[in-house]
Design a protein around this ligand. Structure first.
Ligand SMILES: Nc1ncnc2c1ncn2[C@@H]1O[C@H](COP(=O)(O)OP(=O)(O)OP(=O)(O)O)[C@@H](O)[C@H]1O
Ligand SMILES: [Mg+2]
Length: 671
């Protein structure tokens, strides 16, 4: 379902303007086609009963006392049952009191006692309402605890899952599904504790009272009425399930489309696709509306059927009671008791269909959550994992073979060492696997063969937290949290002082920018940092990394959105702040390699060159020098006109403007 939606969106981006978009005629799209689209987008299988049983397992600790680890919650559950016992006692004492009141009213000698029982009836009802209210307060407390705990468990689980899970699914859709499922579990818990448990106790208690006070015929007729009612409700509710599922799917599709379109707001505008998107959304809403109307119709059918079954049972019992009164075998009070008992359980019975439908619907929502919770993270600490011991930050790829899937190898038999305490450029053509190498160092994936070693320790044998905390990554696409500038800068390094932050920001040419904003460092960066330009976001994420105390820094094209002046500032800032850290910097802007200690140049055929930038370009038969020559000729930005100071020295080699003559000379050589 999700991929299909994304495919459609991707298709949109291929067209320059709305007039070039494929003209989908939504109005003639049949419901059948819609359905199959939805089925594809929603692979959830209908495993209703198993899901319902599993939901019960899930909510068991919040229903049965002494099942939860938290003693306080157990006490609260127990208290809720105490209140239920009290409320039910008064609930049944009321009609019995009324029975005596009626009987005494009918007897001339006892009529004076009748008001006392009428008063008793009133008091019982008030006490019932009071204890029921107390119980509801407690149940709200339990369900909120359950929701918090379930949400926390899901969140922890999601964070543990591998990138393959997060990139394989639509994250927005996952969020929708999880939120719905959590709400559904909470509502199931409420319906079990506030409806099903009291309902079952009502059926049992009413049966006992009816048997005792009105005899076996009334008791059997009562059971048959309830049996018939329940059978009818379940049967019709189950046949409505498909329609309900369809309504839910249209709802999901509408939510998903709305969120997808709004988050791609700029693309919709750039491609003048408003009309296209409105048509698409309207078509889904139309289907949703039709399905909802159809479901309302079947609901009305269900409700009238239920009332019909009940009225048959009630009427036959009343006729039987009247006959018995005529014969002197029952009192008028017994008939009133019988009617009250049946009516008392009538009300919850009317909700049975609604509650069962809720369960059926939520089972559909919760299946998705269970599927996520069943997904096991592939990358986990091994049982014998030990703590990482930092010895300078040397990183070694030993005989690595890796592919995201088994049918496509990205890295084959790679042997590379990144020396400790060095600043190393990692260079190679696009799609070679450079970012993938960072993923392997951070152990987001495990190689199919070989090992990644940090300071001689195979990371597969280390506790992930222990070595990951020593690494900081500036990713190719900088991501900022929708929070203040300061919170973003201090993300992961809370112990840093304001002066440290300002020092780094000054070095990266950010301080004046932040100070020019009305709220300075407390300015909100906006959704995904969209209040800042691409280059500013990039510098903020570099600042965040430099403020982190990590000993190993992985920079993935950290200056790809920067102009040459800011690029130079960033390089200088890294140089000054890096101390003895190991830095690996992926870059396509080869002139930056004059800042680094070493270049590792890789090619797709597994070839490798390693050495100082100035050496590699001086030796004319190296492949890197050809790569460099191409870069100088092909890159027409101002960064192309650079000359590298080829002195042997150090990091202080700085790119300088290339003289026109020299550039031409080099271009001639290339020809
Ligand atoms: N999550 C993923 N699942 C499947 N394939 C992937 C994934 N990430 C990357 N790839 C593929 O792996 C190959 C290497 O990707 P990678 O991002 O490591 O390249 P790169 O060298 O960093 O390229 P660039 O210089 O363009 O950033 C590419 O062919 C890419 O399509
Ligand atoms: Mg990359």
């Amino acid at each position: 379902m999700i991929r299909q939606g994304q495919k459609t969106l991707n298709n949109i981006t291929k067209f320059r303007s709305f007039s070039q978009l494929p003209q989908y005629n939504f109005n003639v799209q049949s419901k059948k086609e819609d359905l199959s689209l939805l089925e594809k987008m929603d692979p959830r299988k209908n495993k209703d009963l198993a899901t319902k049983l599993r939901i019960l397992q899930y909510i068991k600790p919040y229903i049965i006392p002494f099942y939860h680890q938290d003693k306080e919650i157990n006490k609260t559950i127990l208290k809720s049952y105490g209140y239920m016992f009290l409320s039910k006692s008064f609930f049944y004492a009321g009609p019995i009191s009324l029975k005596y009141a009626i009987n005494y009213l009918a007897s001339a000698s006892l009529i004076s006692q009748a008001p006392m029982f009428i008063l008793g009836y009133g008091l019982c009802y008030s006490a019932y309402v009071f204890f029921e209210g107390q119980r509801n307060k407690i149940l709200a407390n339990i369900s909120q605890n359950a929701l918090r705990e379930i949400s926390q468990q899901t969140y922890e689980h999601l964070l543990k899952l591998d990138p393959s899970f997060h990139f394989g699914e639509s994250q927005r859709q996952t969020i929708f599904d999880i939120t719905k499922a959590q709400k559904a579990i909470e509502s199931n818990l409420k319906s079990v504790s506030s409806f099903f448990i009291p309902f079952i106790s009502d059926v049992v208690l009413s049966s006992v009272f009816l048997l005792y006070h009105c005899g076996p015929f009334v008791f059997l007729s009562f059971l048959m009425t309830y049996g018939g009612y329940i059978w009818f409700t379940f049967d019709l509710t189950n046949s409505r399930r498909k329609g309900m599922g369809l309504q839910k799917k249209y709802e999901r599709l509408a939510d998903f489309t709305l969120s997808e379109t709004l988050s791609n707001y700029y693309n919709v505008k750039y491609y003048s696709a408003e009309k296209f998107e409105i048509n698409r959304y309207t078509s889904i809403l139309e289907n949703y509306k039709n399905q909802t109307i159809e479901n309302q119709r079947t609901l009305a059918q269900l409700n009238s059927g239920q009332r019909f079954v009940f009225s048959i049972g009630l009427t036959s019992n009343m006729i039987y009671g009247a006959y018995k009164v005529q014969k002197g075998l029952m009192t008028a009070g017994d008939i009133v008791l019988m009617q009250s008992l049946m009516m008392q359980v009538l009300q919850p019975l009317f909700f049975l269909g609604v509650q069962w439908r809720e369960w059926t619907n939520s089972a559909l929502d919760i299946q998705r959550l269970f599927k996520i919770m069943d997904t096991k993270p592939k990358i986990q600490d091994s049982p014998n994992a030990v703590d990482f011991v930092y010895k300078g930050g040397e990183i070694e790829f030993s005989n690595i073979k890796f592919g995201y899937s088994n049918d496509k190898v990205i890295i084959d038999n790679m042997n590379v060492t990144f020396g400790k305490g060095k600043w190393i450029s990692l260079v190679g053509e696009s799609g070679l696997g450079k970012t993938t190498m960072f993923n392997l160092i951070f152990r987001l994936y495990d190689p199919q063969q070989g090992s990644v070693l940090i300071d001689g320790q195979d990371i597969k044998n280390l506790k992930m937290e222990s070595f990951r905390s020593k690494i900081c990554v500036v990713s190719q696409n900088p991501y900022l949290f929708n929070d203040t500038v300061m919170s973003n800068l201090l993300y992961g390094s809370k112990n840093k002082k304001q002066e440290d932050v300002i020092e780094v920001c000054k070095k990266l040419n950010l301080h004046d920018l932040f100070m020019s904003l009305p709220q300075g460092y407390q300015t909100l960066v906006g959704e995904q940092g969209n209040k800042f330009s691409g280059g500013e976001k990039q510098r903020i994420s570099i600042a965040r990394c430099l403020l982190n105390d990590a000993q190993i820094i992985l920079l993935d094209e950290p200056t790809s959105s920067l102009d040459s002046i800011n690029e130079d500032r960033v390089m200088k800032a890294i140089e000054q702040l890096r101390k003895d850290k190991t830095i690996i910097m992926i870059t396509h802007r080869l002139h930056l390699n004059s800042y680094t200690n070493e270049v590792i140049y890789l090619t797709k055929d597994g070839y490798k060159e390693q050495g100082k930038h100035s050496h590699l370009i001086q030796e004319k038969n190296t492949r890197y020098s050809k790569f460099w020559d191409n870069f100088v000729v092909l890159d027409h930005s101002d960064t192309n006109s650079v000359k590298v100071d080829q002195s042997e020295n150090s990091l202080n080699e700085k790119p300088q403007k290339k003289q026109n003559g020299q550039k031409e000379e080099e271009e001639e050589k290339m020809e």
